[in-house]
Design a binder for this molecule. Structure first.
Ligand code: SAH
Ligand code: SF4
Length: 355
């Protein structure tokens, strides 16, 4: 929370910032002014906040700081995907991916933890184990830093980490990103992806409105137990019940992410079972061909099996979208850049920009 004894304002929600400013004898509306400077205009020095009195700015500088991130490495993919590696104050690294959607539109994929405790067998991040949770400001700073390269229309919490395993900090970060006087993201612009921590899914629904994505990846408990150990704690029946209960707006749906892995979960029987599981859930399905990596021996599905799977879902009136893995030439799948760099420890490249 603090840099030395200074409070990093990027860690604070509106209420927390208001409380700090109240302690300093300031009126509540000052908090919104400060937020407009930090997030609306990207200002990181109190001296630049020209509509605040000089005395107040000096007093703030004695109590607080505003962290400002620069990526240590930037990698650009041929398809326009850009991957950032950030080094944190304790030397750990995380990654953020900017994915261009159409002209002038982009989605940012952000991390919520260093590593992940969930140990999914297909995921490179899972093999690192959990190192630590990210602070709210470390989640928000990924957006602030990527914003310097241009606007970001949508945010997905699908980078490293399990967001619901760091629920308090993630909720705070979302509250900060949703501030009207700051970035002003609406609930519909932000999607949180989870491996299925059922009690925390229910808590999330009570605490904040945000799009939910669930990494499903299997249609039987036997297969899901093997792919995603969290399923042993919260099996499919409980997971789907939590999905049915998740509060949704009239036209909102839950996104189910389904990584197709050759011979494991990509059969027509799986497609049929998936339709059964989704019964009564306002759902859409993202079909993602497994992205092969050194950390596991799973294989990508054939084009034909993807086609058969998708066609079956569509024939049963389920919205099913085939997602290509973007940025393959720069290892943009979850955790792969970090994996590559950590392996080359000592040979860490100097900051590079390929643009
Ligand atoms: N921990 C959360 C947040 C995102 S994890 C979750 O599991 O939902 C990152 C995303 O990358 C997940 O959707 C995961 O299913 C996907 N992923 C991980 N390894 C992958 C691989 N090898 N190929 C394709 N997608 C992968
Ligand atoms: Fe963690 Fe998600 Fe990877 Fe599973 S898929 S190990 S929950 S980051």
């Amino acid at each position: 929370m603090t840099a030395g004894t200074l409070i990093d304002l990027k860690n604070l929600t509106l209420n927390e910032l208001s409380a700090l400013l109240a302690e300093m004898g300031q009126k509540p509306f000052r908090a919104k002014q400060v937020i407009r400077w930090i997030y609306g205009r990207g200002v990181t020095s109190f001296a630049d906040m020209t509509d605040l009195s000089k005395e107040f700015r000096e007093a703030l500088a004695l109590r607080a700081t505003i962290s400002d991130w620069q990526p240590e490495v930037v990698e650009d993919s041929r398809d326009g995907t850009r991957k950032y590696l950030f080094r944190l104050t304790d030397g750990q690294t995380i990654e953020t991916v900017r994915i261009p959607m159409e002209v002038e539109r982009a989605t940012l994929c952000i991390s919520t933890q260093v590593g992940c405790a969930m140990q999914c067998s297909f995921c490179l991040t899972g093999t690192f184990g959990l190192v630590r949770n990210l602070e709210p400001g470390e989640i928000v700073n990924q957006v602030c830093a990527a914003f310097k390269d241009g606007p970001i229309n949508n945010i997905v919490l699908m980078g490293m980490g399990e967001p619901l395993h760091n629920l308090d900090n993630v909720v705070k970060a979302l509250q900060i990103l949703f501030l009207d006087d700051g970035f002003g993201y609406g609930a519909r612009k932000v999607t949180l992806s989870t491996s299925g921590l059922v009690p925390q899914m229910r808590e999330l629904g009570q605490r904040i409105r945000v799009n939910l994505a669930v990494s499903l990846n299997a249609t039987t408990d036997a297969v899901r137990d093997q792919l995603m150990p969290i399923n042993r704690r919260y099996p499919l029946k409980e997971l789907m019940a939590a999905c049915r209960d998740y509060p949704l707006q009239p036209r909102q749906r839950i996104t189910f992410e389904y990584i197709l892995i050759r011979g494991i979960n990509d059969t027509p029987q799986d497609a049929k079972r998936l339709v059964g599981l989704l019964h009564g859930v306002k759902a859409k399905v993202n079909l993602i061909p497994y992205n092969e990596h050194e950390g596991s021996s799973f294989q990508a599905p054939t084009d034909e099996s993807i086609e058969v799977f998708q066609t079956y879902l569509l024939s049963r009136d389920i919205v099913a979208i085939r997602r290509s893995s973007k940025g393959q030439d720069i290892s943009a799948a979850c955790g792969q850049l970090k994996g590559k760099l950590d392996k080359a420890q000592g040979l860490l490249p100097a900051p590079v920009r390929n643009d």
